[in-house]
Design a protein around this ligand. Structure first.
Ligand code: ARG
Length: 287
């Protein structure tokens, strides 16, 4: 009898500890910006403090078995990696992310935001990861971890067809040019370094920079090559310089402390690469 009682007690204690752990993880999410993780005053579940925060349907930050969703932050004005088709966000990143989520047994939720907000959202845990044709840089690595790279990127320069700028070297010459970029991108960072922030005009979206170029208020746009091709195809009188400005690797970013998710994503990327899935998705969007 004593033995049975002891076993029952042990089982109860395990339950109490488990529900306590879950409570803390779920409280790190939500729109409240509230982060409650204090393992020191973990209490058993029956202390009346185990109420869960109201479920706002946003499972970001929960990457444990409890959450059925995986929340991705992106900036969906970056064809062919992420862009709107009607209400839906499609593209290479969206499809690869959906395949990764499938492997992890989760449903993918995509949150569209300013490109320059993605890393902060990942750090704060309001989303699980960032995927936005995002270039791996040493500076970003100080804030987030990056997965293995799933694609290469090239920074290209868009000019008007009759532009005096004919090669990248022209930008480094004596003439001063106004350069359009998307805020917070590597194009922005590198151009500000090379040509001075006063000559770099930051736009919220790449297509806004291209519209300014068409309108004549800037002389060129520095942006990733595939989006550049899409933008040139959509606007008359523009061309991409043959010489590129920088070569880069794209990867998924995850919060520093979330090494478990990073490992899972890397395994998924390896498998998807071996299965030919990533190549097939890229081939679908880049002819
Ligand atoms: N590759 C560039 C960077 O990481 C630009 C990415 C912009 N992506 C986007 N979805 N708007 O800075």
């Amino acid at each position: 009898m004593k033995k049975i009682l002891a076993i029952m007690l042990a089982v109860l204690m395990v339950f109490a500890i488990c529900s306590c752990g879950k409570k803390e993880e779920t409280q790190t999410n939500g729109d409240t910006n509230e982060t409650v993780v204090d393992n020191n005053d973990a209490q058993p579940a029956d202390d009346g403090e185990d109420a869960q925060p109201a479920d706002d349907g946003d499972d970001a930050g929960e990457t444990d078995e409890e959450s059925g969703t995986l929340v991705m932050a992106t900036n969906a004005f970056f064809k062919p990696y992420e862009y709107y088709e009607g209400e839906e966000i499609v593209g290479i990143d969206a499809e690869i992310a959906a395949e990764i989520a499938k492997k992890l047994g989760k449903e993918l939720v995509i949150e569209d935001m300013e490109f320059s907000s993605i890393i902060t959202a990942v750090q704060e845990g309001s989303v699980d990861f960032g995927m936005a044709g995002m270039t791996v840089t040493d500076e970003r690595k100080e804030s987030v971890n990056f997965s293995s790279s799933y694609a290469n990127g090239v920074q290209s320069i868009i000019v008007k067809e009759d532009s005096p700028i004919t090669t990248v070297d022209d930008l480094f010459g004596d003439a001063v040019y106004k350069i359009g970029v998307q805020l917070g991108t590597t194009g922005d960072i590198y151009a500000s370094d090379d040509f001075g922030a006063e000559n770099v005009i930051q736009y919220s979206k790449g297509n806004e920079a291209v519209l300014a170029l068409v309108g004549g208020s800037i002389d060129c746009v520095i942006i990733d090559n595939e989006p550049a091709k899409a933008l040139v195809a959509e606007n008359e009188g523009l061309k991409i310089l043959e010489t590129s400005y920088a070569d880069e690797d794209y990867a998924i970013c995850v919060a520093k402390e979330n090494t478990e998710l990073l490992d899972q994503i890397n395994v998924a990327i390896d498998e998807l690469t071996a299965e030919g899935v990533i190549d097939a998705i890229v081939a679908k969007y880049i002819k």
